[in-house]
Ligand binder design. Structure first.
Ligand SMILES: Cc1ncc(COP(=O)(O)O)c(C=O)c1O
Length: 412
């Protein structure tokens, strides 16, 4: 039948239209990506956007990675690799744990993934049964709770306290586990997104021990390791050999679009994850794997990039203070500033839209990260160029006084 025959265009009156599954209909957007789409549309029209909404370095991948990718294009067939990843890359990642943290990891425990995003899917499917509850920090990375929901799991949102530097505590974890439904797992990230706060090594150790005592899978998202400004981050593997560690080449290694990450998992999860990965993804992208082999050699270049973030962080912290935005989470690491803006508008989603519309500065509303209090916060990513950070602060300075007047008018 021709594709544009009448019968294929006009549904018969008796046709029953298949509906979107409840699971998909009920999934929340990852708002960062919605803001990015709106910002890109504005960029097309006006060409004036400063991207502070998406957590990604403005610079591209380091030189050694690009050279390795060129070489792979020239000399490799770039077919599928093994589902768990190139053996050489798995070995190189395992070596990184000895070099960076002084922690022994076998290459056989390393799983190369299509970004850490695929790592979450594999980890959740391998560790949890449908209906299991997993404690996730709030504010926190929204995809944790959204992926869990999509997979038929329940995110148990743990609110965080300033006294704990907005990181989870053993007492809070025990309280969550003490609820009638109990917990099967616990997720944390340090440095965290959106707050940038870090957990102390002693607290991480206590949480690692608590997970072992309570029989919980501990999932540690270590994607922002390397991006710390005062003290290095420690891997959860140092304190809990059963931890599932998730990491990625996206952030410190500046390879977001290459979609390449990794996990370290206990031996008993390796084969189940391999079976899942074979069926779900076949293999992570092979070009990105060959390129990532060179990423660990790029540290001098990456440290220079990080020094730029550190300067950006100062510009932002000072700039926001000068704008009267003074309630800011401790920006220990990553490349985010999470700031209270309730005095400017009661709904940060509307405020973010207005900021983009009036100034061309794209920022993310806290509602992405925190369904309870997020309406009072904005997240600013400072992984851009320094000149852009200054310009963003200037544009906000020029506009904000008017914006406050607008808000006053709203109540009249
Ligand atoms: C905390 C955190 N984890 C995981 C990811 C996913 O990163 P990717 O899939 O690029 O590795 C992100 C991306 O922003 C993130 O902020």
């Amino acid at each position: 039948m021709s594709m544009n025959s009448d019968s294929s265009c006009d549904p018969s009156p008796s046709a029953v239209v298949p509906q979107v599954a409840d699971r998909a209909a009920g999934i929340s957007p990852f708002l960062v990506m919605d803001v990015m789409r709106a910002a890109n549309a504005r960029q097309q029209r006006l060409g004036d956007v400063i991207h502070m909404e998406v957590g990604q370095p403005a610079v591209g991948a380091p030189t050694s990675v690009l050279a390795a990718a060129h070489e792979a294009l020239r000399s490799q067939r770039l077919g599928y690799t093994e589902a768990l990843g190139l053996p050489a890359l798995r070995a190189r990642i395992a070596q990184h744990y000895a070099d960076y943290y002084g922690v022994a990891v076998e290459a056989g425990q390393v799983v190369v993934t299509t970004g850490s995003s695929a790592g979450f899917i594999l980890a959740f499917l391998a560790a949890f049964n449908p209906g299991d509850r997993i404690a996730t920090p709030t504010p926190g990375y929204p995809c944790y709770r959204n992926i869990l929901k999509a997979l038929g799991l329940t995110a148990s949102l743990m609110t965080l306290e300033p006294a704990d530097r907005y990181q989870p505590s053993v007492a809070a974890l025990e309280a969550e586990h003490g609820r009638p439904a109990g917990l099967r797992g616990f997720l944390l990230a340090s440095p965290a997104n959106p707050t940038g706060t870090m957990i102390s090594a002693s607290r991480l150790q206590a949480l690692g021990e608590a997970c072992r005592r309570l029989g919980l899978w501990m999932i540690s998202d270590e994607i922002y390791h390397g991006l710390t400004y005062d003290q290095p981050a420690m891997t959860a593997l140092a304190f809990n050999r059963d931890a599932i560690v998730i990491n990625s080449f996206s952030k410190y290694y500046a390879m977001t679009g290459w979609r390449i990450g990794w996990m370290v998992v206990p031996d008993r999860l390796v084969r189940p994850i391999e079976r899942l990965a074979q069926n779900l993804f076949i293999a992570p992208p092979s070009l990105s794997q060959y390129a990532a082999l060179a990423a660990f050699d790029a540290v001098p270049e990456l440290e220079k990039i990080k020094a730029g973030y550190q300067q950006n962080r100062e510009i932002l912290l000072r700039g926001l203070q000068a704008l009267g935005i003074t309630e800011i989470f401790p920006a220990d690491g990553a490349f985010y500033v999470y700031a209270k803006v309730a005095h400017l508008h009661h709904d940060s989603a509307v405020l973010a839209q207005e900021i983009l519309r009036r100034t061309g500065v794209a920022v993310t509303p806290g509602t992405d990260f925190d369904p309870f209090e997020g309406h009072a916060y904005l997240r600013f990513c400072y992984a851009g160029e320094q000149a852009e950070m200054r310009m963003a602060m200037q544009r906000l300075q020029d506009w904000l006084p008017t914006a406050v007047i607008d808000k006053d008018k709203e109540g009249q």
